[in-house]
Design a protein around this ligand. Structure first.
Ligand code: ZN
Length: 247
């Protein structure tokens, strides 16, 4: 405050007061300008962020993995999604409730069809389906074939089933009922199994070489008759091949 030294005390006090006010104004103006710049920058960033999302964000990210997956499999039919496959009239829809053994987890790819036997002689397709739907039960299959050849669908094609251990991730599973301990299927069940496998192969771009037994995954004796009778298993695959050739 050297420059106010020549003034009398009262003048000097007022001058200094004025000087303080001026400085406060300068400070407030600078603060305002600073805030305006900061807000402007934030607004610019917000716009930039929103502008970037549609270009590199979720929409394409969701579409591409599916497209890449079907390209990898080289499916001639160019299947875009498993959910788009129309279920034929000879399959009865009996989907399990979500939340129990049916988790709703998506099946990303299908590389094989897994055949099982229910292991409980004389039980029906509906009975096995209802068992899968029982709270606390952790197994199920996409399809169950009954003793009369009836086919029930329990899990949608685009969801994972719980039948084939580590191959649940890339298989469609079929459980087949059987009248006795040998595990041999009735001719009606067998015919439905051939028909269903041929239809699935056609829809999924697979062939009879892509049929597997639960046994081929874990060594479990399932389906029992096809494990104990290798020739019957080979004949079954040939029958599916013949049905495929017929179209
Ligand atoms: Zn099995």
């Amino acid at each position: 405050m050297e420059r106010y030294r020549y003034l009398d005390p009262e003048q000097r006090r007022r001058m200094m007061q004025r000087e303080r006010r001026r400085r406060r104004r300068v400070f407030l103006v600078s603060l305002g300008a600073g805030l305006a710049v900061a807000l402007g920058a934030l607004a610019w960033l917000a716009q930039g962020g929103a502008g970037l999302a549609p270009q590199g964000g979720p929409p394409e990210g969701q579409v591409f993995p599916l497209g890449a997956a079907s390209q990898r499999e080289g499916e001639p039919g160019g299947e875009t999604s498993l959910s788009a496959i129309e279920i034929p009239s000879w399959v009865e829809e009996a989907l399990l409730d979500l939340g129990g053994s049916r988790t709703g987890e998506k099946l990303e790819e299908v590389n094989a069809i897994a055949v099982h036997y229910v292991g409980n002689p004389g039980t029906s397709a509906a009975g096995n389906r209802n068992y899968f739907n029982t709270p606390g039960v952790e197994v199920n299959a996409h399809f169950v074939i009954g003793l009369e050849g009836e086919i029930l669908q329990c899990v949608p094609l685009d969801e994972k089933s719980a039948a084939t251990n580590e191959r649940n991730r890339d298989t469609i599973s079929i459980e087949v009922c059987h009248p006795d301990e040998t595990g041999e299927f009735t001719s009606a069940s067998y015919e439905s199994l051939v028909k269903l496998c041929a239809w699935l192969c056609r829809q999924l771009g697979l062939d009879e070489g892509d049929l597997i037994r639960h046994y081929d995954v874990t060594g479990k004796e399932c389906p029992l008759y096809f494990v104990q009778h290798e020739d019957a298993w080979e004949r079954f695959k040939a029958d599916v091949g013949a049905a495929l050739a017929q179209g």
